[in-house]
Write a protein that binds this ligand. Structure first.
Ligand SMILES: [Mn+2]
Length: 418
């Protein structure tokens, strides 16, 4: 099988070139991070390479059983120096954001180590490796590894199949989330062909709730707030609650998924103040809302967008004038962040049905003769100005202040030219 992309081909070359590898994943690792590490380590060991796995965080109890097949080491200053010195290449799994590998990040600068990144997150980071296999359409990093192994003609062993299955199962919420497509199910079917026991694996991963954690979940859920006429659920956990139950940030895993079962809910936001002033935000949507995707694309650096126009340009909904001799045309910018453009235009298109203001902006554009995609882009740009203003002022969006968005709307003349 030939590699499906130049990035994948480069990754195969990367693996072939080096003999000693160090693997890592993000802080507070999940089943996909750990499962991907174990699967790749076993693949490389099968090729006769030397492999170590080193993470910033300890392995959560749910995934300790995977460490039977491959030791998973935890950061210590001396150990980290030793591991970076002893490896020619580093493969970072399940994150393309350097900061997310925690205390290992600064070592990359101090050591002459070649870096490859394999990830499926929608992120504003485009990978910091020499090779970056970043495929947001994959439901798990383990799914990308599975494809890479098939391309390389690897015959899967039961321990590799088990690690990949855990990666896939956990990142798809046990095959319930909207990222569960036919490819994910086909992959699961093939993995099960290696004699896995899905029920046992599910129990091993999920039977780790402690009484303290359930009481904590109960407390947080008891105070859930419903906003936006039942469409948005907000959960809050205080530092005092974390302390009283003896829990940490990673113990909230699974909590944000629970209110999604409430009828009519489109999105859930969990604000976990693990320590005073340190808030972790988790967002889940039921598929119709892609606010989390928009947030992920924008990142958290307001300084990147000092003006709303720059935000519109990043999203590819800003008109650009091209003039060359005979031709004078206004088009939309295509060299943009395409995932952001998709998220923002879908959001804008959906908003027409919920917001009279949005419906009006769209309708006005259509009356001026714009076709549907063009009118949606105009609406998307209007929304970005509103979002930018909320972001800049650190104020929540309020529908009744729609009029306040008016001064930020584009002047109609530039649209008529388009
Ligand atoms: Mn993942």
């Amino acid at each position: 099988m030939t590699p499906a992309s130049p990035a994948r081909a480069a990754f195969h070359e990367f693996l072939a070139r080096y003999r000693t590898f160090l693997l890592t994943t993000h802080i507070n690792p999940d089943g996909d991070g750990i499962g991907s590490e174990v699967a790749l380590a076993l693949w490389l060991r099968g090729l006769g390479k030397t492999v170590r796995v080193l993470n910033d965080s300890v392995v959560p109890p749910a995934y300790v059983f995977l460490a039977r097949a491959q030791p998973l080491e935890v950061y210590g200053p001396e150990l980290a120096e030793e591991r970076f010195t002893g490896a020619e290449a580093l493969v970072v799994l399940d994150t393309s954001n350097r900061q997310r590998i925690g205390r290992l990040a600064p070592l990359i600068d101090r050591h002459p180590i070649a870096v490859a990144v394999v990830d499926h997150h929608v992120s504003h980071a485009h990978g910091f490796g020499r090779v970056n296999v970043i495929e947001p359409e994959a439901s798990a990093t383990g799914e990308i590894l599975f494809d890479l192994m098939r391309e390389a003609g690897v015959s899967l062993t039961p321990p590799i199949a088990e690690a990949l299955y855990v990666a896939l199962m956990t990142d798809t919420g046990s095959f319930r989330f909207s990222n569960t497509d036919s490819h994910a199910h086909r992959m699961a079917a093939e993995l099960l062909g290696h004699g896995l026991d899905p029920q046992r694996l599910h129990a091993q991963v999920h039977a780790h709730a402690s009484a303290a954690r359930l009481r904590f979940f109960g407390e947080v859920l008891a105070r859930l707030e419903i906003h936006e006429a039942g469409r948005l659920v907000v959960l809050e956990a205080s530092p005092e609650q974390f302390q009283r139950h003896g829990l940490e940030g990673s113990d909230t895993e699974g909590l944000v998924d629970m209110p999604r079962n409430i009828a009519g809910v489109d999105a859930v936001a969990l604000f976990s103040e693990v320590e005073h002033g340190k808030v972790k935000v988790s967002l889940r949507s039921t598929g119709r809302v892609n606010a989390a995707q928009i947030l992920a694309e924008l990142g958290d650096e307001r300084a990147r967008f000092p003006r709303p126009e720059l935000l519109a340009a990043e999203a590819g909904v800003a008109p650009v004038t091209r003039a060359s001799g005979k031709h004078h045309a206004v088009s939309f910018r295509w060299a943009c962040n395409k995932r952001l453009r998709l998220a923002v235009t879908c959001f804008a298109d959906n908003s027409r049905h919920a917001s009279p203001w949005a419906a009006h902006v769209y309708q006005r554009a259509r009356e001026r003769g714009c076709d549907h995609p063009h009118a949606v882009r105009i609406l998307a740009r209007a929304w970005l100005r509103v979002l930018w203003r909320c972001w800049y002022d650190r104020t929540p969006y309020r529908a009744e202040q729609h009029r306040a968005a008016k001064p930020f709307l584009p002047p109609p003349t530039s649209e008529q030219a388009a």
